[in-house]
Design a protein around this ligand. Structure first.
Ligand code: PEP
Ligand code: MG
Length: 540
């Protein structure tokens, strides 16, 4: 057969060559028929729901063991969605009013919900369509008495699928998967995240590959999105060479573990990592980051049905600082609002959420909740080197108000003889142009600055970070953004405090030299970027 080469969207770097194995998810035929006994059909549906809930609980536990919090959380969301009153009502309505069987009622309700989600402008809600499909397929398979387990591969292969649902993704035997190619999905899909977490090369959005290629050889480059079906001997050789190079690169980078992140001129940079949940600490340690520069705590608050208690939060922060074993761990207080939601907080719908009650503004408007998080953080500081950081600061009064709350909490803890670190560092994120411009005043109020270029860019350039239509206008390396970074670094150093960057620009290899020349002391990057950035800095 002729060699065919194509391009999809690069989703997880790495090279793989192997047999293409088609994985068909979903159910080919959903029976649809009239029912006569409504109550017994409702009971069938209720039973299936119970079984699905048990399965999801088991999957949650398994995912937690196998691949940490981020991949496990999705099954908690599925349990919540399974019980979603609107979805349940729609299914019941289909059974009662249309008098159709439970399988068909579930399928129709799921279609209605998927259409609704697809028509929103909210990227987060859009991404939930896969989850609705996942839970509805689970319910239908249970109703049909089919096995809900994922496919088993007898030999190592490169998987081709439409797009994996989270349950399929977690159940796959990763030891047999050399790579993943999907017809649909984005680089933020569950499949892509799973592939990146597990270091599996992955290309998404490749369109339909005809079934005739099932079992044929394929060579994929997850870093560029290029793939070749029926590769010639010469192509296979070329890919093998790339694999060898990747292997040597990995070995070269691994040799940098334990070495200082210092330029040839002797400037030492603190090279930290960004995390979203406690499970990510594994990747921080594995990649030898020197600390955590940003722990986005909103993920503890999202994807659940009620506010996490002070004690629950305390245990999470304590676990993270303990595991970091004396290395600095900068934990950011809740930055919810705008693109991040938590149903139970019942936040008002805003016309302009990015300019609304998000981040610190929301926390200062709900001081009970904020105090709970601050108490949990301050208590956890007794167990390691914890620093607290506040997002979305724009004015001096905000940090003064926060410090008043902290002082009161410390007074209470002292009274109750609860231990904490009395030299705990307090810092702010510089992610509004206002904060950068008054960083001379802010610098006397805090112990450090961390520049959040993701937001600083959107607020400086008036370009929504989520809107692909303005991606041309959204540039973290824009002169205006760099100028604000310079102002912030200069003002921090005048006041004798350290300044870091934790936005995406810190992980951009081509910007490392520039950031260091602007005076940045610390870079906080995604864990897999720690060693490549260390190598870059050591070669400067
Ligand atoms: C930022 O804005 O650069 C940042 C790191 O915070 P987040 O991406 O969580 O808004
Ligand atoms: Mg931000």
């Amino acid at each position: 057969m002729k060699e065919l080469n194509y391009k999809g969207t690069a989703a997880s770097p790495g090279i793989a060559v192997g047999k293409l194995s088609f994985f068909k998810s979903g159910i080919s035929q959903i029976p649809s028929y009239m029912i006569y006994h409504v109550e017994s059909e409702i009971m069938r549906y209720e039973n299936a729901k119970k079984i699905a809930d048990n399965e999801l609980e088991a999957l949650y536990r398994r995912a937690l063991e196998v691949s940490g919090g981020e991949n496990a959380e999705i099954f908690s969301i599925h349990r919540i969605m399974l019980d979603d009153p609107d979805l349940c009502d729609e299914i019941e309505k289909n059974i009662r009013e249309r008098r159709i069987n439970a399988e068909s009622a579930v399928s129709r309700a799921a279609d209605t919900f998927i259409r609704m989600l697809e028509n929103t402008n909210d990227a987060y809600l859009k991404a939930r369509t896969t989850d609705v499909r996942d839970i509805s397929e689970r319910l239908i398979k249970i109703l049909l008495g089919k096995n809900t387990d994922a496919a088993v591969f007898s030999e190592e292969s490169i998987l081709y699928t439409d797009d994996l649902t989270p349950s399929e993704a977690i159940q796959l035997d990763k030891s047999k998967i050399l790579g993943i190619v999907t017809a649909y999905g984005s680089s933020n899909s569950h499949t892509a995240i799973l592939a990146r977490t597990n270091g599996i090369p992955c290309i998404v959005g490749c369109g339909t590959i005809p079934e005739i290629f099932n079992g044929q050889y394929i060579a994929i480059d997850g870093g560029t999105g290029v793939y070749e079906i029926n590769p010639s001997e010469a192509t296979i050789e070329r890919y093998k060479k790339l694999m060898d190079e990747e292997h040597s690169r990995r070995e070269r980078l691994n040799a940098l573990k334990g070495l200082p992140t210092r330029t040839s001129e002797g400037k030492t940079i603190q090279l930290y990592a960004n995390i979203g949940n406690p499970g990510d600490v594994d990747a921080v340690i594995e990649n030898d980051a020197e600390g955590i520069g940003l722990f986005r705590t909103e993920f503890i608050f999202m994807e659940r049905t009620e506010l996490p208690s002070e004690d629950e939060q305390f245990r999470i922060y304590q676990e993270v600082v303990k595991r970091m074993d004396g290395k600095k761990t900068v934990i950011r207080t809740l930055d919810i609002g705008a693109d991040k939601h938590a149903e139970y907080l019942k936040l008002p719908i805003e016309e302009n959420p990015a300019l609304g009650l998000r981040g610190i503004r929301m926390c200062l408007s709900k001081t009970d909740m904020f105090t709970g998080q601050l108490r949990a953080l301050i208590r956890a500081s007794a167990y390691g080197k914890l620093a607290i950081m506040f997002p979305m600061i724009a004015s001096v009064w905000e940090i003064r108000e926060i410090k008043k709350l902290i002082k009161e909490i410390c007074r209470q803890l002292d009274g109750d003889k609860i231990k904490y670190d009395h030299s705990l560092e307090i810092g702010i994120m510089i992610e509004t142009p206002a904060a950068a411009l008054i960083s001379d005043i802010l610098s006397s109020e805090v112990d450090f600055f961390s520049i959040g270029t993701n937001d600083l860019t959107q607020y400086t350039l008036a370009a929504d970070r989520q809107n692909p239509a303005v991606s041309r206008y959204y540039r973290q390396d824009h002169e205006a953004v760099l100028s604000l970074i310079k102002t912030t670094c200069d003002n921090a150093h005048k006041a004798g405090i350290w300044v870091g960057v934790c936005g995406e620009i810190a992980s951009d290899m081509s910007m490392v030299r520039k950031l260091i020349s602007l005076g940045v002391d610390e870079l906080s990057v995604s864990p897999p970027m720690v060693l490549p950035i260390r190598e870059k800095i050591r070669n400067l």
